[in-house]
Design a protein around this ligand. Structure first.
Ligand code: AMP
Length: 179
C-alpha cells in the first residue's frame, strides 16, 4: 500500500544496470501504482497549474508516458522528442552528449508554433545533456520553454543547475545521491 508521503518509496533501484556501478532508478513501479502515478503527474506541474500551457514536450521514451498524462492534466497538446529517424514528417535535429559520445534527437518542424508556451517532461535528470539538447531544439523552432519537470533529480551530476543556467525553471519531485 502506498501512502501520500511515500512517492520516493515507489521508485525501484536496480544496481549495476545497464552496466556495473550504475544505480538504475526504475520508475515502472511508480507508474504501476495508481496513487503514486496520479500524485507524480499532479505535482510535476503544480507550480504552473492555472497558467496557460500550449504544449507538453516529452523525451523518448519514459517522457512520453509522463508527458502524455501531464498534457491531459493541463489541457495542452503533446509533442514527442524522438531519437533520430523515427518521425515521419520534416524534422529539426540536434546532437546531444551522452555519458560516452553523442546521439541525436528530433522533433517535427511544425510541432510547435513560435511563441507557444511549452513544458518539457522526462523521468530523470542526471548530467542534463539530454534535457539541454531538448531545450535547444525547442528554442530553435521558437518555443517559449516555461519549465522542465522531472520526477527524479541526481543533483550530484549537475543537470538541473545546467538547465537553470539556461534560464529554464526546473521542477523535480525527489533526489537521489550519487549517480
Ligand atoms: P542525462 O542526459 O545525463 O541527464 O540523462 C538523462 C536520461 O538518461 C534520462 O532520459 C533518464 O531516463 C536516463 N538516465 C540517466 N541516468 C539514469 C539512472 N541512474 N537511472 C535511470 N535512468 C537514467
Amino acid at each position: 500500500m502506498t501512502f501520500d508521503h511515500d512517492l520516493k518509496a515507489t521508485v525501484r533501484t536496480i544496481p549495476d544496470y545497464p552496466k556495473q556501478g550504475i544505480l538504475f532508478r526504475d520508475i515502472t513501479t511508480l507508474l504501476a501504482d495508481a496513487r503514486a502515478f496520479r500524485r507524480a503527474v499532479d505535482e510535476l506541474v503544480q507550480p504552473w497549474a492555472g497558467l496557460k500551457i500550449d504544449k507538453v514536450a516529452g523525451i523518448e521514451a519514459r517522457g512520453f508516458i509522463l508527458g502524455g498524462a501531464v498534457a491531459h492534466q493541463v489541457s495542452a497538446g503533446f509533442v514527442p522528442i524522438r531519437k533520430k529517424g523515427k518521425l515521419p514528417h520534416t524534422t529539426v535535429r540536434i546532437a546531444y552528449s551522452l555519458e560516452y559520445g553523442l546521439d541525436e534527437m528530433e522533433m517535427h518542424v511544425d510541432a510547435i508554433q513560435p511563441g507557444e508556451r511549452v513544458i518539457l517532461v522526462d523521468d530523470l535528470i542526471a548530467t542534463g545533456g539530454t534535457a539541454e539538447g531538448a531545450v535547444k531544439l525547442l528554442r530553435q523552432i521558437g518555443a517559449n520553454v516555461v519549465a522542465a519537470c522531472f520526477i527524479i533529480n541526481l543533483p550530484d551530476l549537475g543537470g538541473a543547475d545546467k538547465l537553470r543556467a539556461m534560464d529554464v525553471p526546473v521542477r523535480t519531485l525527489m533526489a537521489f545521491e550519487g549517480h
